[in-house]
Design a protein around this ligand. Sequence first.
Ligand code: NAD
Ligand code: UD1
Length: 332
Amino acid sequence: MTDKILLTGGAGYIGAHTYVALAKAGFTPVILDNFSNADHDTPARLAQLTGKACLCHECDLLDQKALDDVFKAHDFAAVVHFAAYKAVGDSVARPQAYFNNNMGGLINLLGAMENHGVTRIVFSSSATVYGDSPVQPIPETAPLSATNPYGLSKLVGEQMLGQMQVAHPEWAISILRYFNPVGLHKSGLLRLSPENTTQPPENLMPRLLEVAHGTRKQLSVFGNDYDTPDGTGMRDYIHVEDLARGHVLALEALINTDQSHTVNLGTGRGYSVLEMIEAFAKACGRPIPYEMVPRRAGDVARCYADVTHAKEVLGFETKYGLAEMCADSWVE
Ligand code: NAD
Ligand code: UD1
């Protein structure tokens, strides 16, 4: 069987890390990316890291003809679908753009898979589909909901895949619900240049980096009146290299069993914003000034994964802890 795996959005943050993990595991990853949120030299850096030429197609998923040409050029064993817009605040301001890119891209991809007989897909979903879950840690069976256009695009994406499964029982579909990915490949080579980021970072880790670099005066801590031990929000941060390995395991499970699955990718442990500030200050050796500000609209108090199912189905366990996640996020 072919060992080629199509990575849509493979030049992006999680895609590039997964590319390296797949190459290391003996697969031949092929990137399809429109570089709307990626560096044009990422393929060259991936070639440097893996010691092999990087197969990459600059292509927009919304361009059906170009997408078809990519499927004609290769025989894929499976697809990993990362390509999407991902900033929650941006999605609230531009819902149509998110629906068009995230749902439209998936629709075209599913059509190309049908036309070319590709029956395995891994879908990048998010813990955002759990909304404000009263159950913590969150099992995959928890109720799902969407509170913003980005989250809706993920929830609808999962539902579309469910309907594809009904029509094609032979398809093997992996839905991976990521918690909060942080960190970078230890080489530092997969860092996105800030000038190529078209979506402004709203997440905690990029903001901690800005404060450490002095480009942001202090971190605004969004709320200290949550029902958590220190009052600040708690999240399940997962090292991107652990997350990348989860994709390798998911693909191996799809290829070896042809069974579908939905799993959480997290560590199972929550850290508060204050714990993150402390750990990051230690990692970068600089103080991180902060101020308490009111809660951010749409935020939840806690969100961490029940990791039992990921271990049972994929044998997935994380290797990296908080100190390493912070150390590997820090670039001078
Ligand atoms: P990213 O923006 O770094 O990567 C996405 C890539 O897709 C980019 O390289 C971009 O250029 C490409 N892309 C976007 N639209 C495209 C299109 N129409 N055609 C071709 N390429 C296109 O994002 P990421 O952090 O690597 O996230 C990857 C996936 O994981 C996304 O689906 C995202 O929603 C999901 N996810 C991310 C996080 C996170 O915190 N990073 C959390 C949960 C889920
Ligand atoms: C956000 C998205 C979620 C997405 C996830 C991973 C929202 C509402 N949700 O989740 O859909 O899947 O990113 O990409 O945006 N914080 C501060 N100050 C800051 C930034 C963040 O205190 O400047 C706090 C937040 O309140 C939260 C924690 O840090 O408690 C983590 O925030 P963030 O990195 O934005 O991730 P999520 O809110 O979990």
